[in-house]
Write a protein that binds this ligand. Structure first.
Ligand SMILES: [Fe+2]
Length: 186
């Protein structure tokens, strides 16, 4: 189940857990974060490659390209035994921003997006069916956990613009990681 954790940015131990999907959407919308639930009932074909996954969600991807001006879509997929899983996890685990929106639609598994907005940290434990759109300039980090299991469609307006600009703030290391969330299976 998609879960949101709301923390004061100075108190990682005072997270409030929100499970109600309407409430999650409301809190994220208020914070300027795009959040959509798409039909998660679609089963991916066994061993589906990037093209097959994009085909399954073709209508949604086309709509987002139209509405938000994206030019490119691809699929990133990580499995628990991926040989570079530790390296990939580290890459986005510190607070950073991008000069364009970061849009991810989870088609399989789950991951933790943490958004640092004002004096709050919003931790979105996103799962298959969730689309999250982090506006350009928003401080955030992403944790795929020590044994990553997710596939996500990524949408870009300019792949060259999508570079992580690290803030140098080690805030991410003070907050619960994916495998430390209450009830985490990882
Ligand atoms: Fe990012």
């Amino acid at each position: 189940m998609t879960t949101l954790y709301v923390y004061p940015d100075s108190a990682p131990d005072r997270g409030q857990r929100v499970e109600d999907s309407a409430e999650i959407s409301r809190i994220l919308a208020e914070a300027g974060i795009g959040f959509e639930r798409w039909d998660a009932g679609r089963t991916l074909p066994e061993g589906a490659d990037q093209e097959a996954i994009l085909e399954v969600y073709g209508e949604h991807v086309a709509r987002l390209k139209r509405e938000r001006g994206f030019t490119t879509a691809d699929v990133v997929r990580l499995t628990p035994d991926h040989p570079q899983r530790a390296e990939f996890r580290e890459k986005f685990l510190d607070e950073h921003t991008h000069s364009e929106d970061e849009v991810r639609f989870f088609v399989e598994g789950s991951g933790l997006f943490c958004l640092h907005i004002g004096d709050q940290v919003l931790g979105v434990h996103a799962e298959a069916g969730d689309l999250i759109a982090v506006p350009a300039g928003t401080r955030h980090w992403f944790d795929m956990g020590p044994a990553p299991h997710f596939a996500a469609i990524r949408l870009f307006t300019n792949t060259e613009g999508w570079v992580a600009n690290f803030t140098g703030d080690k805030i991410a290391r003070r907050f619960p990681m994916l495998d430390e969330l209450p009830g985490s299976a990882q």
